[in-house]
Design a protein around this ligand. Structure first.
Ligand code: AMP
Length: 216
């Protein structure tokens, strides 16, 4: 089984939703650098204080901060059987740093048409308590504004507002997209295509599990 997995793709591709479900089924931790950073911001940790301005503007947080945070997370015992990285690496420098921290067996590239991305991000809601992700159009909570899992209040991320979304897409094109070629050259890249906005997340979950060598 390929259990050291990274998920690449533009913001709004559905990386988090997919990674979280694959993590439940495969029994390996889902590590989202965005979630870890948002937690550091909520706790007003030194890392969060340095990262917040970049995040709200839709810019990438400097490599050395994110790499240090990820190195600590990957050193925890639950990562010994594998991991699913969501939102890391996002630059070539991060990809090279990751190579020195852990081996990667599989790089999933989530390919999503641009119109779907913009629609998804503008209707996305996140739980303020547990970080669960909803979408008012495609994945609504049972009760409006309230998290199904923990009852927390749902909110729109600062960086899901139109101006920050534009910045995030630019950052993705300039800094993260080149990683597709980097992992293709290493012969561990698998493209997974979302065809329509109505497609349930399970379709991608099955594709990722199959690429990992797990029968769905
Ligand atoms: P995400 O939840 O993955 O969309 O990440 C939200 C924001 O956190 C990004 O727009 C960046 O500001 C920051 N971030 C998350 N992961 C990284 C990373 N690997 N490198 C730099 N910044 C990151």
């Amino acid at each position: 089984m390929k259990s050291r997995v990274i998920i690449l793709g533009p913001p709004g591709a559905g990386k988090g939703t997919c990674a979280s479900r694959v993590s439940d089924i495969a029994g390996i931790p889902h590590i989202s650098t965005g979630d870890l950073l948002r937690e550091a911001v909520r706790e007003r940790a030194p890392l969060g204080i340095r990262a917040k301005g970049h995040m709200d503007a839709g810019e990438l947080v400097p490599d050395e901060l994110v790499v240090g945070m990820l190195r600590e997370r990957l050193a925890r015992p639950d990562c010994q059987k594998g991991f699913i990285l969501d939102g890391f690496p996002r630059t070539l420098a991060q990809a090279k740093a990751l190579g020195g921290i852990a081996a990667v067996d599989l790089a999933i590239n989530m390919v999503v048409p641009a119109d779907i991305i913009v629609k998804r991000l503008s209707t996305r809601l996140v739980c303020s308590k547990c970080g669960a992700v909803y979408n008012t159009r495609t994945l609504p909570p049972k009760k409006a504004g309230i998290c199904d899992k923990c009852g927390g209040k749902l909110y729109q991320r600062e960086d899901d507002r139109p101006e920050a979304v534009r910045r995030r897409l630019e950052e993705y094109k300039k800094k993260t997209k080149p990683l597709i070629g980097y992992y293709r050259e290493k012969r561990i890249l698998v493209n997974i295509k979302t065809k329509s906005i109505g497609e349930p997340p399970e379709a991608n979950v099955r594709r990722v599990l199959a690429a990992m060598g797990i029968k769905g």
